[in-house]
Design a protein around this ligand. Structure first.
Ligand SMILES: Nc1ncnc2c1ncn2[C@@H]1O[C@H](COP(=O)(O)OP(=O)(O)OP(=O)(O)O)[C@@H](O)[C@H]1O
Length: 263
């Protein structure tokens, strides 16, 4: 008798996505036919050289840009068809966003920054009360809840930003170079937290990164070039160690991009 096959749900589906800037003579094909799914519970990485279209892709997913062609579906629903109310809900609570430079508001405390999405989107106090202590404990940010961003370290700021991304309980967290402004030690600490949120708490994460170390926490990595996916790596669980996976990522970067540090 065969084992049970568990079909994971597709949280995000990117289908034939194209984004062209400019007109015929001087057109840039920033996205040139991207198709991929992010499965429930997956930690998906996206890597690629500067200018390959990563930011354009995330901007389309965040609905800051309208694709020239193609669709993005969240839990099977085409986000291109959302009216204003559903778009606000999508941006505010169905996706969580983690930025490279934290994007905390300087005049709000850690606690106020974290709960801002709930205040903006009119969520009940109870939801916050339930989830906040667990996030605060897990992300080790209790000490900074009453501090302002200027009084926090980079690592603390990014963990506060992670709590803000997660407090509305989004279906997927989009992380755009989340370790880009952190030193090596803080980058590793953040990645361990994101890894735990994925493995222990089942959070689905889509992360763009230039950093092979950060990428080595991903269960799967898509490599982009000129607006399309041209390579994919998957960590072989459980037999492949993170170190061996890291070596494979470096090899792929070197092979595909010429040298690992150009990503
Ligand atoms: N608003 C725009 N108008 C015209 N061209 C654009 C615009 N935004 C991006 N591009 C072009 O689209 C391509 C992809 O840009 P994008 O910012 O998505 O790349 P990226 O992979 O995020 O780069 P980086 O890693 O440097 O942030 C580039 O050639 C860029 O010059």
């Amino acid at each position: 008798m065969g084992g049970t096959i568990i079909m994971k749900q597709k949280i995000l589906q990117v289908q034939g996505l194209r984004k062209h800037f400019g007109k015929h003579g001087s057109m840039t094909k920033a996205l040139d036919g991207m198709t991929f799914d992010v499965l429930e519970g997956e930690f998906l990485g996206i890597m690629g050289k500067s200018g390959c279209g990563k930011t354009t892709l995330l901007n389309c997913i965040a609905t800051a840009l309208k694709p020239t062609e193609g669709k993005i579906l969240l839990n099977g629903e085409d986000i291109g068809g959302f009216d204003d109310r559903r778009l606000a809900e999508y941006r505010g609570s169905r996706i969580g966003y983690l930025y490279q430079d934290f994007e905390l508001l300087d005049n709000l405390t850690g606690r106020e920054n974290i709960t801002l999405p709930l205040a903006i989107h009119g969520k009940e106090e109870g939801i916050e009360a339930d989830r906040l202590p667990e996030l605060v404990d897990y992300l080790e940010i209790r000490e900074v809840l009453d501090k302002f961003p200027s009084q926090m370290s980079g690592g603390e700021k990014q963990r506060v930003a992670a709590a803000r991304a997660l407090i509305p309980d989004p279906g997927i967290v989009i992380a755009d170079e989340p370790t880009g402004a952190l030193d090596t030690e803080n980058a590793r600490a953040l990645m361990q937290k994101l890894n735990g949120l994925n493995r222990e708490f089942g959070r689905t994460i889509l992360m763009v990164t230039h950093d092979a170390g950060a990428a080595s926490y991903c269960s799967r990595i898509l490599f982009m070039k000129d607006g399309y996916i041209f390579h994919e790596l998957r960590r072989e669980f459980p037999q492949e160690s993170q170190k061996d996976y890291y070596e494979r990522i470096l090899a792929a970067m070197a092979q595909l991009g010429g040298s690992a540090d150009v990503f």
